[in-house]
Ligand binder design. Structure first.
Ligand code: ZN
Length: 206
């Protein structure tokens, strides 16, 4: 296990100091001010339904090569999460879709420093009017298609988290989850570049 030893901003050797009730790796140079709060990542995935079937892709790469899952991936640090999931659905399955609402999320705690990062994985429902057949690169992704729950039951290695999200999507109405704020409700984020609020909306919208 590797441990962060040097400041990523100024390359001084890190020390520990109490911050927020626990000891943290920190830069000894107060002008630098770097504090290591941990290793975090954000993931996203999309449930895209067509005539009662959900879009799945087959992993070509390890880990879990050959298994089927929702299209998705990591959110870049300078990328809006809704754009990230739309990008991943297009990149992995060749389907144009737009975010509707949030179905759920998983919070998984990573190991200590140097281990897997603590991850927030947000699953969205997306709308599509794209009638094309799914397409894929046959490298990172080796299959893509729309499948019913009954069909998934006959497939090997459908990721449990993907099935969980598809079942949630089938059991709830479009827009019943957290939706990107727009119009009058977005006043709080107006003038704050990089902000995007997601909130519950009353039935029928605002
Ligand atoms: Zn520093």
């Amino acid at each position: 296990m590797s441990v962060l030893r040097f400041c990523p901003r100024c390359a001084l050797e890190l020390t520990t100091r109490p911050d927020g009730g626990r000891d943290r790796l920190a830069c000894p140079d107060e002008n630098c001010g770097f504090v290591h709060f941990g290793d975090f990542s954000i993931g996203c995935a999309g449930v895209v339904m067509r005539e009662g079937r959900a879009l799945l892709v087959q992993r070509g790469w390890q880990p879990f090569a050959g298994s089927w899952q929702l299209p998705g991936g990591y959110v870049e640090h300078d990328e809006a999460i809704a754009e990230a999931v739309e990008r991943e659905v297009l990149e992995e399955a060749g389907i144009e879709a737009r975010v509707s609402d949030v179905i759920g999320f998983r919070h998984s705690l990573g190991g200590s420093i140097g281990g897997p990062s603590t991850n927030l994985y947000v699953v969205f429902r997306l709308d599509t009017e794209d009638g094309r057949e799914p397409s894929f690169d046959n490298d990172e992704i080796t299959g893509a298609g729309f499948y019913s729950l009954a069909e998934m039951a006959q497939m090997e290695a459908v990721q449990g988290l993907s099935r969980w999200a598809i079942e949630k999507a089938l059991a709830t109405g479009r827009g019943s989850g957290l939706q990107p704020e727009s119009g009058a409700s977005s006043a709080l984020s107006r003038g704050r570049p990089g902000w995007r609020l997601f909130g519950l909306q009353p039935p029928g919208g605002l």
